[in-house]
Design a protein around this ligand. Structure first.
Ligand code: NAG
Length: 402
């Protein structure tokens, strides 16, 4: 009975938060920040599955935007020309206060000793309550998965237009609403991290360094960290299997690795990077920001290294620069599909709806909240999907640890 009541309470809270955030989202449509990363938009067009290292195609400025399947939402892109002068002037300010913390995410308050096996960190924006719900109730669920203890946080900044400075009365009012809603959400789910910088596309690098610093401070004993976007589907079981033989004290950063990506020098491009900002012909190898996994050792070292690398407006390239500073090469993994999965030519509509496809993958990018729900439930039906091929990743049930 009590559980029933609690469930009902949770459901109405969900509805309430959902409706309130929906309204705010509607009111602020133009101000919302995107959660995906930049140069992927140019490189994504790789045809067919390409296991292992993928060479980033030279971006062609005049080309039409990459073909995105109709059932996949267009990734949000930054609006307007980017003001590099302003960015360069402001980039020494790289420490912002934490407005909402989860100090007991990994220790104390009933958390088991030793820290979680996997911390899932998802980039999100305040208005995206629906996606957070989908992630919470599907692949991002906390608890034990195959014996491994999983914890989750969402990474947020202050929504644009909510006015960090509270200049006008209206801005201050909206800000109060946002912050009240996020605080309520944090009380309900204890998974919100909110920092005091504007949640914009080009501030995702700030999100990266603040998260690395937070995780090394509050989650130092975690074994592995998965960091990704809210529009991905993660097969946590496959991810845990991949991690099982790995030692968290060894360096590891694995994902969809992009090598030899060239900075875009065309001024009209949204991803234009002037030579004064980055002079070399190619970026260091980096893992697509849609989803990658790192070990505790690498987390610690990255937090230190990134603190010394000058801010760069594209967050996954920035992380590549930190890795380069550590002389660490990201490990390509073919099952991390942060560019979205290639369209099977014969059955385009099956693309995101074939659960058998997902059984073999670790990360798939570019999904709507509905896609994520559907996939999760198809994969977790009592008998699972009837797939033609056997599951290639695992044989028999897998158990974490000795
Ligand atoms: C990043 O956030 C800071 C602090 O809120 C803000 O002043 C700045 O304009 C933001 N930068 C970008 C590029 O959006």
């Amino acid at each position: 009975m009590r559980r029933r009541l609690r469930l009902r309470g949770e459901a109405s809270l969900t509805l309430l938060l959902g409706a309130a955030l929906g309204l705010l989202l509607y009111a602020q449509r133009d101000g919302a920040a995107p959660t995906t990363n930049a140069p992927r938009a140019q490189g994504r067009a790789a045809p067919g599955p390409t296991p292992g290292l993928r060479v980033f195609q030279a971006p062609d400025a005049g080309a039409a935007p990459p073909a995105y399947e109709e059932d996949t939402p267009e990734p949000p892109t930054p609006t307007g020309p980017f003001d590099f002068g302003r960015y360069l002037r402001a980039k020494d300010q790289r420490r912002f206060p934490l407005l909402i913390n989860q100090p007991h995410k990994c220790r104390g308050n009933g958390a088991p000793p030793g820290g979680p096996d996997l911390l899932i960190a998802v980039k999100s924006v305040a208005a995206d309550f629906e996606r957070r719900q989908a992630v919470r109730q599907t692949w991002g669920a906390e608890g034990r998965v195959q014996g491994a203890l999983v914890r989750r946080v969402f990474l947020l900044g202050v929504p644009r237009g909510a006015g960090t400075d509270g200049a006008d009365a209206e801005g201050a009012g909206t800000r109060t609403q946002w912050s009240a809603l996020l605080r309520a959400e944090s009380r309900a789910y204890a998974d919100i991290l909110l920092w005091a910088f504007d949640d914009t596309f080009f501030n995702l690098t700030l999100k990266e360094i603040h998260f690395l610093a937070w995780a090394s401070a509050y989650c130092p004993d975690v074994r592995f960290v998965f960091k990704g976007d809210a529009d991905v589907f993660v097969h946590v079981g496959n991810l845990l299997e991949f991690l099982a033989p790995r030692d968290p004290e060894q360096d590891l950063l694995a994902g969809d690795v992009i090598v030899q990506a060239r900075p875009i020098r065309v001024r009209a491009s949204k991803y234009y990077i002037p030579e004064a900002v980055y002079g070399l012909p190619a970026y260091p190898a980096y893992a697509g920001g849609g989803g990658f996994v790192l070990s505790r050792a690498t987390l610690r070292r990255l937090a230190g290294a990134c603190a010394q690398v000058e801010l760069f407006p594209i967050d996954d390239v920035f992380l590549g620069m930190c890795l380069q500073r550590l002389r660490l090469t990201p490990e390509p993994h073919p099952a991390f599909r942060t560019f979205g999965i290639p369209r099977p030519s014969a059955a385009p509509h099956l693309r995101t709806f074939d659960p058998c496809f997902y059984r073999e993958l670790v990360v798939v990018h570019g999904l709507s909240a509905a896609d994520i729900w559907l996939m999760w439930h198809l994969l977790h039906r009592p008998h699972g999907p009837a797939c033609a091929r056997p599951w290639p990743v695992a044989a028999g049930p897998f158990q974490w640890g000795p």
